[in-house]
Structures are given as C-alpha cells and as structure tokens.
Ligand binder design. Structure first.
Ligand code: NAD
Ligand code: DAU
Length: 335
C-alpha cells in the first residue's frame, strides 16, 4: 500500500509514520507537510534514508502541490492542521485556512485521484464541554458544539469529510480522539510544557483553578487505533478514541509530574484562565472496542512515566524546539 500522510512532521503524524514503517515495512509513505512552527523533521531521523519514505514540503491549501503528492496513492491519512487551542484564540485565521480550506482542497484531490480511502484525524473538542458534576461521556452520537476557533475549524473539517462521502462517494473514515501525549509532542501542550519547564527549573503555568479534566490517550495507542480504523473500519463511519483515564484534573497531573521529577508544589504557578475554557472531556470508546477490538494497552501512570523518561533523555530535541519562535509565543501567551 502507498500512503499519503499529511502533517507527518508534527507530533502525532511523525509517531504514526514511525509506527507504520515499523509494522508494514513493505509499504511506502509519502509525508506531505508545510513545516510550520509545529513541523519538525528531526522526529523522522530514523526513517529519512528509508527508500519507502519520501518527504514533500507543501501546503494542503495549494491544490497543485496536493495533486502532485496524490499521484498513485492508495490511502490518505490526514493529520495536517493548526492544533493548539491557545494559538487559535490569539489568531484564528490560520486555523480556518488550514483546517477548513486545506481539508476541502485535500478532499477535492482525493476524489479526483480516486483514492481508495481517506482517514481524517479529528478531535473530541468538536463536542464541546461536559460538566464536572456529570458522569456522561462523548460518543459518536454526541452533537457538535465547538467552543474555540480551533474546535470550530475541526468541526468544519469533519462536516466536509462526511459531505464528500455523501455527495461524491469518497470512501472515508473519521476518528475523534482525546488529548494525546508521548514522545515528540511540541512543548506548548500541557504535559510536555510541564515536564520541560520543570527540567529547566521553571514553574508550570496552571490555568484558572486547575480543575479542568481531559481524557488522556498515549500517542502509540492512537496510532494503533488509526491503523485499525483505516484498514478495518466501516466506510463513512466515525469512531471515538480515548484513554484508560478515570477523570483526572490538570492539577493532579502536574502533581504526578512534580513527584516523578522530585520537585515540590512551589513549582506550580496559577495563571489567568483560557477564555471559553472547556471544563471536562471524557470519551466513550466502546464502539471501536466492540467493532474493531481496539483498546488502550496501559494505564495513564505507566504512560506518564514513559513520557517523562523520554523528555529526560531527549533534552537536545526539546531544547532546540524551545528556542527561537517558541520564546516569542511563550511571552505572548504567559507574560
Ligand atoms: P501538530 O501541531 O503537532 O502537527 C501539525 C502538523 O501539520 C505540523 O507538522 C505542521 O507543519 C503541519 N501543517 C500545519 N499546517 C499545514 C498545512 N497548511 N499544510 C501542510 N501541513 C501543515 O499537531 P498534532 O498534535 O500532531 O495533531 C495532528 C492532528 O490530530 C490534528 O489534525 C489535530 O487536530 C488532531 N488531534 C490532535 C490531538 C492532540 O492531543 N495533539 C488530539 C485530537 C486530535
Ligand atoms: O482534546 C483533544 C485536543 O487536546 C486536541 O484536539 C488539541 O489539538 C490538543 O491541543 C489538546 O487540546 P487542549 O486544549 O485540551 O490541550 P492543552 O495541552 O493545550 O491543555 C490541556 C489542559 O491543560 C487544558 O485544560 C488547558 C490546561 N493548560 C494548558 C496549558 C498549555 C494549563 O493549565 N496550562 C498550560 O500552560
């Protein structure tokens, strides 16, 4: 099989390419990525000389280069997006451009080139916010209620993907997953930001009261879910993907990381809240489990330890990422 992976130089996309070439060495992967601030070819060092891997630098909004990349492709896995909620609050326009317009350009090309399958990677943020008092979870029948520019742009992309299936018969599947964590995650997101700040002797900024809850999915479990849905999922269907976490709030996560790094609570700094901050996410992943046999492999604590160890042993990777543009963003967001 020849795969086109969009956004393959980002966090989940690069983990997915490494996963795919390890499990299916006979397949070929084309990585199509614009290399925004979030794209990093360092993540793919171990496959850069693999003859089954090819990188094309390009923008999914550019129909011509997307069409060139789509030649002889069997299946597309679509990760490319602007992905950080706080950046979407500072500047929404690139989110609409890449996540909505870029997805539409990609879909047009997939129809034109008659690809056999397009898998769209989406988020639980399209469903909105649950309350702390509830025990209910998001599932595939939950209505969309996006509340940030990022979430709204991802909801727009999901609607377009479904519309291209209904209108043009494009064979698609979608996954809506929860918060990923693991190796190569850009340190603007909570877990890598906390770990790397602490490794640098800096405090961890906690928004509001810190009692916000997310569902946490280890990136390798996510890659396996995409693999199974891509190959065995029913065409036209959406699958929710989540982790093995019981409700755990941000503050409790930071305390676990402090303890793993032998630091005290004086390293917690409460800062101003995110506007429109979603209170709680939780995912019911029984559909993908019952239909396709997928489930997360390990507990949150095991994966958190593994992640902390990864950042401890990959200092040059994150120090490089945290230089330059990152510093400007950090001061704009936190000072
Ligand atoms: P990321 O920000 O780490 O990576 C995004 C990648 O897309 C980067 O390599 C970037 O260069 C590339 N890109 C951005 N704009 C592009 C464009 N116009 N053309 C081509 N490439 C472009 O993101 P991530 O965390 O790896 O997320 C990947 C996908 O998964 C996104 O669609 C995101 O919405 C979704 N998702 C992420 C999470 C999470 O917790 N990280 C959870 C649910 C869903
Ligand atoms: O739910 C899936 C989504 O998870 C993905 O679609 C997004 O691409 C991904 O960025 C992530 O969104 P969140 O906004 O949930 O992730 P983030 O790591 O930014 O924040 C996690 C929680 O931690 C959230 O409640 C905000 C809080 N937070 C975050 C940062 C960066 C803090 O308290 N302090 C911080 O400095």
């Amino acid at each position: 099989m020849k795969l086109l992976v969009t956004g393959g130089a980002g966090f989940i996309g690069s983990n997915f390419i490494l996963y795919w070439l390890k499990h299916y060495p006979q397949d070929s992967v084309v990585n199509f990525d614009k290399l925004t601030y979030a794209g990093n070819l360092e993540n793919l060092k171990e496959v850069e000389n693999n003859s089954h891997y090819k990188f094309i630098q390009g923008d999914i909004c550019d129909a011509e280069s997307v069409n060139v990349a789509m030649q002889n492709i069997d299946a597309v896995v679509h990760f490319a997006a602007e992905s950080h909620v706080d950046r979407s609050i500072l500047e929404p326009a690139p989110f609409v451009m890449t996540n909505v317009v870029g997805t539409q350009v990609l879909l047009d090309s997939a129809v034109k080139n008659r690809v056999k399958k397009l898998h769209h990677v989406s988020t639980d943020e399209v469903f909105g916010s649950l309350s702390l008092e509830d025990t209910n979870k998001f599932n595939e029948r939950t209505l969309n209620n996006p509340r940030s520019p990022y979430a709204a742009s991802k909801a727009g992309s999901d609607h377009l993907v479904r519309a291209y299936h209904t209108t043009y018969g494009l064979p698609i599947t979608i996954t809506n997953c929860s918060n990923n964590f693991g190796p190569y995650q850009f340190p603007e997101k909570l877990i890598p930001l906390a770990i790397t700040n602490l490794l640098e002797g800096k405090k961890v900024p906690v928004y509001g009261d810190g009692l916000y809850v997310r569902d946490w999915l280890y990136v390798e479990d996510h890659c396996r879910a995409i693999d199974i849905v891509l190959q065995k999922g029913r065409v036209g269907e959406t699958y929710c993907v989540g982790g093995l976490t019981e409700d755990i709030n941000n503050l409790a996560i930071i305390k676990k990381i402090l303890s793993l790094l032998g630091k005290g609570e004086e390293f917690i700094e409460f800062v101003k809240d995110r506007p429109g901050h979603d209170r709680r996410y939780a995912i019911d992943w029984s559909k993908i489990k019952n239909e396709l046999g997928w489930q997360p492999r390990h507990s949150f604590d095991e994966y958190l330890l593994k992640t902390v160890e990864w950042y401890k042993t990959h200092e040059s990777w994150w120090k490089h990422v945290k230089s330059g543009e990152y510093q400007k963003y950090y001061s704009r967001q936190y000072d």
